[in-house]
Ligand binder design. Structure first.
Ligand code: NAD
Length: 452
């Protein structure tokens, strides 16, 4: 089209290189321009600047490339210099009627504060149903998020989800001790299962959940959001590429302060344990994820302040070490009775990588240090803030659409439970516990997630 306009012999060039046309000529050319655009099925935004008369009125449309394939990002006009951090590709959300539908089970802190808001920023996942024991709360949440009344279930009517074609996935966000029951019932209803961490209360329960999902022919994923979080993924990439030399030592801790002894987290039947399965699990799972290998031995201490009503049923703190086949030692700790601290550091031959707020919902701070001659170079690696819950759910939806294994399937949850059982055993016996042959880390995972 630009060529057609340029070739008009009545057009003249000004100093800036724009073609000048008479007003009449401009209108006639514009009609032709639009006709060719429509007939050719093309989007003609920004194909050139055209001015008429001496008034220098220019067509201002920016050059956006609009792809026909919906999964390709729209490319907008570049305006930032390379010296600034570049934004990622524009999001490529699917039309809502083509997305995977989620039923969220349990409307507590995590669901209301993180998961439901995250579903609003998903690309290929959407909220279609709710399950709760509180009709008033569910009614309010349903109206906030536009969930139909007929898609709201109680724990008693939960099994009827089987007949709801708008639900593809059941996301279980209940106390740990209920994960097994709701996973098995959900699998029997023929729905794919996304289960919060810890996967269950024991490795035996994990096996039953894996078997039930396999028998029903549905997928099972454990919601290990850290394995989808960009800073954690970047750190893992730098460690595994040996950018800082071989890793030698990992220090990791995840701690917070509890206040309510009546909460299910402090009841052994519903929680399965104390600080270890709830928050210490992040140190365990993320260390395995970052190193890409499985521990061969663990050694642990466990402590609970006598007389503290918070800890009559579950432990207050666990501190443990893990030995890996490469020779790396990881030293981890978790505590329910200290001020919040969620961090880890990987010490390597030529430098270290540190992630503060590593296991938090946002605000990760990735810093590194590396020797360079007489200097130590410190780097602060800034990355765009993204919603890790949305990334995680979209990965599961992707697996369903492409019929692939989730990156963090039930086997990954089972491995953590076997290791936590060894950690408790070591603390009880006061000696190291050897881990009988573990599958290779890669075998515990599905293919790497395709992330933007
Ligand atoms: P919560 O106590 O805030 O919510 C639990 C919900 O389960 C409540 O709505 C409660 O009414 C309901 N429930 C149903 N039956 C119950 C029963 N018998 N006893 C107690 N509650 C019952 O808990 P939460 O913090 O939302 O945690 C839910 C799950 O999510 C847990 O497995 C937890 O480990 C996990 N979690 C994961 C993350 C993460 O970052 N991935 C963060 C927090 C919690």
């Amino acid at each position: 089209m630009k060529q057609q306009l340029d070739s008009q012999n009545s057009a003249s060039e000004n100093n800036a290189g724009f073609s000048y046309l008479s007003r009449k000529r401009f209108l006639s050319e514009t009609k032709k321009y639009l006709a060719v655009g429509v007939m050719g099925g093309l989007v003609m935004e920004g194909t050139g600047s055209v001015a008429f008369g001496q008034s220098n009125i220019m067509a201002m449309s920016p050059p956006a490339q609009v792809p026909v394939d919906k999964s390709e990002p729209i490319v907008l006009e570049k305006w930032k210099s390379e010296v600034d951090q570049q934004s990622g590709p524009t999001p490529t959300p699917m039309p809502p009627d083509q997305r995977i539908g989620y039923a969220v089970v349990g409307l507590g802190h995590l669901s209301l504060e993180e998961i439901l808001p995250a579903l609003n920023s998903c690309k290929n996942s959407k909220l279609t149903a709710l399950v709760s024991g509180s009709p008033e709360k569910m009614k309010k949440v349903a109206s906030q998020y536009g969930v139909k009344t007929e898609n709201c279930y109680s724990y008693e009517t939960y099994d009827q989800i089987k007949n709801n074609k708008e639900v593809d996935v059941i996301y279980i966000v209940l106390p740990n001790g209920l994960h097994k029951e709701y996973t098995i019932r959900g699998a029997k209803a023929g729905k794919h299962i996304l289960c919060e961490k810890p996967m269950a209360n024991s490795s035996q329960e994990c096996r039953e959940m894996i078997d039930a999902c396999a028998k029903a022919g549905v997928k099972l994923m454990v919601a290990y959001r850290i394995q989808y979080q960009p800073h954690n993924r970047k750190l893992r990439e730098l460690v595994q590429s040996k950018e800082f030399g071989s890793p030698k030592f990992v220090e990791a801790s995840n701690c917070q302060a509890s206040a309510n002894p009546d909460h299910w987290r402090h009841k052994i039947k519903l929680a399965g344990g104390g600080a270890l399965p709830d928050i210490g699990l992040y140190c365990l799972n993320t260390t395995r994820f970052v190193l890409g290998e499985e521990p061969t031995e663990v050694f642990a201490y466990q402590y609970t302040t006598p007389g503290n009503p918070l800890f009559t049923e579950v432990e207050e703190m666990v501190s443990w070490q893990m030995r890996f086949p490469s020779g790396v030692i990881a030293s981890c700790s978790t505590n329910y009775n200290v001020h919040e601290s969620r961090r880890y550091r990987v010490l390597c031959e030529k430098g270290w990588l540190n992630l503060d707020k590593a296991y938090a919902y946002k605000g990760q701070e990735l810093t590194t240090a590396k020797a360079s001659g007489k200097l130590e170079l410190n780097q602060n690696i800034g990355m765009a803030e993204t919603d890790q819950f949305a990334i995680e759910m979209d990965h599961f939806s992707d697996c369903i659409m492409k019929n692939t294994k989730p990156f963090t399937p039930g086997e990954e949850g089972l491995q953590d439970h076997m290791l936590m059982e060894a950690i408790y055993q070591s603390a009880k016996d006061g000696k190291p516990v050897k881990i009988k042959a573990s599958p290779a880390t890669a075998k515990l995972h599905g293919p790497e997630p395709e992330l933007d």
